[in-house]
Design a protein around this ligand. Structure first.
Ligand SMILES: Cc1ncc(COP(=O)(O)O)c(C=O)c1O
Length: 465
């Protein structure tokens, strides 16, 4: 019998509950603050933007949250997703490491994003909402919500970061195929967009700006809510279906990861694969090293400050404690559009502040080189975002070779790169460069952080003024 290449779970093994890491952390995360009063926000503050079920999930401390049957019915189309043992890559690297990857590119939109898009569309539909506004970076989230909107009969409007809108016309076509409307951001459709265009008509956009536009549209219309593809607690919660499946699959493989790796834009695919393993460790299980991988052109976890900041550029969102580069920071236009966000999920930031995860940053050419190595061995072309996780996993495997030890490395291959072939073509032609961020702009953006006392060490609720 040849050694297995993949570990698949039957549909009947699809998780019935998402996992909430807050229940197992040694300290609760700092509260989210109202931008005017600096007091903790309540459900009423969030009601214009989100349906009640999602607000409840945002603040819950319950360890498990039931996955509604209609959501599981849709998940079953591609879930449980496969866990692969990267034997060909192991051979190519001549490493004694055991390399595993959870492949989320099998979803209809090609990434992990539908795991939360379907759930968010469901809860909005339950609340009678007919329209959702959102932002998208690389287009993965926009196309995922467009798909989920189509499944639940909800109209979707997507503000797509200008630089990605120009780089990825087929992502836009995919959103429109699912019936969504996609506009480049900054756009003339909102006050936030118009203000930025007045200063710079050719502004490349950023996730922070696109979020401002979508929030403005949702806040201004009773029939419209807002959806975010990452960052928020309920998004990370929905993504834990990835890690819960991976735990069962590692058991099938009769193995357990020494290190779990994910790329981090807003933090959702990383948290999705890593938090269930962290929870098992915190409840007395085996220690697992968690490694978050970010782009060195937008390094919120490794170079940002842990502080209260806005989630968007126009300062329409509440203040959250997170690792941030400053909400006015515009990263340079590199190819992993989904990682161009100034902040990090509050929960991922809190876990980092508790010393429970490591973070590393890589430039894009090193990540594309890893993507080529992976594609040539395993056959799957990773999304540029996922290449960051591939880079870190390969480097861990090389370290195993150098140290002569066999460690089990698990990473989240969060999406395929079939819509990103221009970036690969540019890389192959030697046209990709590592654009550093502007140090002066970072200093200015950090200087402009809101004057709120920083979150207290170890996440104890700070003393909001
Ligand atoms: C394939 C893929 N991976 C990762 C990310 C980063 O987002 P997050 O950190 O929320 O997983 C994105 C964002 O668009 C993405 O498309």
């Amino acid at each position: 019998m040849p050694e297995p290449l993949k570990y698949v779970l039957d549909e009947s093994r699809l998780p019935t509950r998402w996992y909430n890491v807050v229940a197992d952390l040694p300290a609760p995360p700092p509260p989210v603050l109202h931008p005017a009063t600096h007091r903790p926000v309540g459900p009423d503050d969030l009601a214009p933007l989100f349906p009640p079920a999602l607000i409840a999930q945002e603040v819950t401390a319950e360890r498990e949250v039931e996955i509604p049957e209609p959501v599981r019915d849709i998940y079953r189309q591609w879930r449980p997703s496969p866990l692969y043992r990267a034997r060909a890559l192991e051979r190519a690297l001549q490493t004694p490491a055991r390399l595993y990857y959870k492949y989320e590119g099998v979803s209809p939109a090609g990434s992990h994003k539908p795991n939360t898009a379907v759930a968010q569309a469901f809860y909005n539909r339950e609340a009678g909402i007919r329209r959702i506004a959102t932002e998208t970076g690389a287009g993965q989230w926009g196309s995922s919500l467009a798909y989920a909107g189509a499944r639940f009969g909800i109209e979707v409007q997507v503000f797509m970061v200008r630089v990605s809108y120009d780089q990825k016309p087929y992502r836009r076509a995919l959103m429109e195929t699912y019936g969504a409307r996609c506009v480049p951001s900054p756009s003339p459709e909102t006050a936030a967009g118009r203000a930025i265009l007045a200063r710079d008509a050719r502004h490349p956009g950023s996730l922070g700006i696109a979020i401002s536009e979508a929030v403005e549209v949702a806040a201004g219309r009773d029939d419209t809510k807002y959806a975010l593809g990452s960052v928020l607690n309920h998004v990370l919660l929905h993504q834990t279906v990835v890690g819960l499946e991976a735990m069962a699959q590692m058991e099938l493989a009769d193995d357990w990861p020494d290190v779990v790796i994910g790329c981090t834009g807003g933090g959702s695919n990383f948290a999705g694969i890593a938090f269930p393993f962290l929870g098992a460790q915190l409840r007395g299980g085996r220690r697992v090293r968690l490694l978050a991988v970010e782009p060195s052109a937008c390094p919120s976890l490794t170079r940002g400050r842990y502080a209260y900041d806005f989630g968007d550029t126009a300062h329409l969102t509440p203040l959250t404690a997170m690792h941030t580069l400053g909400s006015t920071f515009t990263p340079p236009g590199f190819h992993a559009g989904g990682l161009r966000y100034h902040g990090m999920a509050p929960l991922v930031s809190h876990v980092k502040a508790l010393g429970l995860l490591d973070a590393v940053a890589y430039p894009q050419t090193a990540c594309f080189a890893a993507g080529l190595e992976f594609a040539r061995a395993e056959g799957i072309v990773p999304a540029p975002e996922a290449n960051h996780a591939v880079r870190a996993a390969i480097d861990e495997a090389i370290r195993c070779r150098e140290d002569g030890v066999s460690r089990a490395i698990l990473f989240n291959l969060s999406g395929h790169g079939h819509f990103d072939m221009q970036a690969y073509a540019d890389h192959l032609a030697g046209r990709l460069v590592d654009v550093p961020y502007d140090e002066a702009e970072l200093a200015m953006a950090l200087a402009g952080l809101p004057s709120v006392p920083p979150p207290a060490p170890h996440g104890r609720t700070g003393s909001p003024t």
